[in-house]
Design a protein around this ligand. Structure first.
Ligand SMILES: NC(=O)c1ccc[n+]([C@@H]2O[C@H](COP(=O)([O-])OP(=O)(O)OC[C@H]3O[C@@H](n4cnc5c(N)ncnc54)[C@H](OP(=O)(O)O)[C@@H]3O)[C@@H](O)[C@H]2O)c1
Length: 435
């Protein structure tokens, strides 16, 4: 067997810990597969005094990132710190020293992917980032290799386990958002500060990366129209259930057949209970991808967590060490430093079926005024749910529509919400269509 492949791991938290555990557990089979062993030469942490249940030779864990990056015996630097600084500086330094990168850092790649990929190319290295989207699901490999024969029409994903856990709890246990969030925090599924997840931004970062690769266009997080679950009222889940739907936070990227422009959204969406995505519960993720040749494909698995994410990180380390990641990086022109900037469809032009919850006075003629305004904007109705009340109080009226342009819907709602019989801003959510 030839000399070992030296690896430095920056970060020994949830993913870093799982990565070390998996490299240790699978060291013999990895060495057999590569024809040489992987040697963890450095593991960099912030706090060396922290108690850790990790098997590593003494001296390997330390706080000196530059020593770990600059070690001439290291050829792969694995960035598992997260955030932008110093992760970005460490990656740039490692590339400039002739090391390839494995990272799980979606936030950094969504913001600075094109520059970092260009830097890797300039220095003759590569960046592997399977763990950055959907944890243990090999969706990046699928989009850049397995589905490469297809023109991708669209993808729809449940890519944030925290939101999916909260929504599953709200649905199955009839909890409010606040109660379900507390349950998610107690179960270790949500951070003490859950903003990045529940605002939908984490999903938007993943969608930016996935749609860049699916459509070979440079997509930034800011291109994604994003609404989180933090303002979702539990009544939407109840009414959606009565109509035969569940609510999921969906990240959707579609290529408009006519203009070629991309429609990119993260938003709570009604999903029919019979749809496969409706059964994706708790911390699981799933990504549906439609290709012109293959049709519908579905990728499902654990979207986060120590070993599932480490599964992607270690697979990337193996691909980099074997040379296949570099070959792929050099020969496929799908990476965001090589593709044109995405053109996005105006949000008003996107077409959906919609769920509406109006708060309306329970009086004859009110519904007729609402449906008249919808009709004037070419919006036709699907179902109506209205609760009876004893007197002329405000009651929820739930309406589903047939397909309509978002712009028409927004214009109609502006007029509807201005009616004297409407007591609160109407809730409007898209319904996942059949493709
Ligand atoms: N958690 C998941 O399930 C998951 C899934 C997919 C992708 N990711 C991504 O994976 C990356 C790591 O996430 P994580 O959950 O493992 O984070 P984490 O548990 O917070 O661990 C971060 C690690 O980085 C170290 N660190 C932080 N700042 C440092 C610095 N300036 N210098 C050196 N070390 C530093 C920390 O050291 P100390 O231990 O000393 O504090 C810790 O070991 C992030 O980009 C995240 O988005 C996470």
């Amino acid at each position: 067997m030839t000399s070992p492949i030296g690896v430095s791991i920056l970060g020994l938290g949830i993913v870093g810990g799982g990565t070390v555990e998996l490299l240790n557990r699978r060291s013999d089979s990895i060495a057999k597969r590569l024809g040489r062993p992987v040697e963890i030469r450095h593991v960099v942490v912030r706090d060396p005094a922290k108690a850790r249940d990790i098997q590593l030779p003494s001296g390997v864990v330390h706080t000196d990132a530059l020593k770990a990056i600059d070690d001439p015996a290291v050829s792969v630097v694995v960035e598992l710190i997260g955030g932008h600084d110093p992760a970005r500086q460490y990656i740039e330094r490692a590339l400039s020293k002739g090391k390839s990168i494995v990272t799980a850092n979606k936030s950094l790649l969504a913001a600075h992917g094109p520059e970092l990929f260009a830097a890797a190319r300039k220095h003759g290295q590569c960046i592997a980032f399977e763990a950055s989207c959907a944890g243990g699901i090999p969706i990046i490999d699928a989009l850049t290799r397995g589905l490469s024969a297809n023109a991708i029409r669209g993808l729809v994903g449940i890519v944030n386990g925290t939101c999916n856990f909260i929504l599953s709890k709200m649905t199955k246990e009839n909890l409010s958002y606040a109660q379900a969030l507390k349950g998610a925090q107690d179960a270790g599924f949500a951070e003490a500060d859950p903003t990045l997840d529940v605002s939908g931004r984490d999903a938007a970062q993943k969608l930016a990366i996935l749609s860049s690769l699916a459509f070979s266009q440079q997509v930034a997080e800011a291109d994604v129209i994003c609404t989180g679950i933090d303002t979702l009222d539990a009544r939407e889940i109840t009414f959606a259930g009565e109509l035969g739907y569940v609510i999921k936070l969906l990240a959707s990227g579609w290529k408009d057949a006519g203009s070629g422009k991309l429609s990119l959204t993260v938003t709570p969406t009604l999903v029919r209970k019979s749809d496969v995505l409706a059964d994706v519960s708790g911390g699981f993720n799933a990504v549906s991808v439609w290709g012109d040749a293959v049709g519908h494909t579905l990728f499902y698995g654990r979207g986060a967590g120590s070993l599932p994410t480490a599964s992607s990180v270690v697979s990337d380390i193996i691909s980099v060490a074997s040379g296949s990641a570099k070959l792929h990086f050099d020969t496929s022109r799908v990476w965001p430093d090589l593709t044109p900037r995405a053109q996005t469809l105006a949000p008003e032009a996107s077409v959906h079926r919609f769920y509406l919850r109006l708060t309306a006075v329970d009086r004859p003629g009110v519904l007729a005024r609402v449906t008249d305004l919808l009709g004037k904007h070419s919006i036709s109705l699907g179902a109506i749910l209205q609760q009876e009340s004893a007197s002329e109080t405000m009651v929820p009226v739930v309406i589903t529509t047939h397909q309509a342009k978002r712009g028409d819907m927004l214009a109609a709602l502006k007029q509807i919400d201005a009616l004297d019989v409407i007591g609160a801003k109407t809730v409007c959510l898209p319904i996942l269509g059949t493709v």
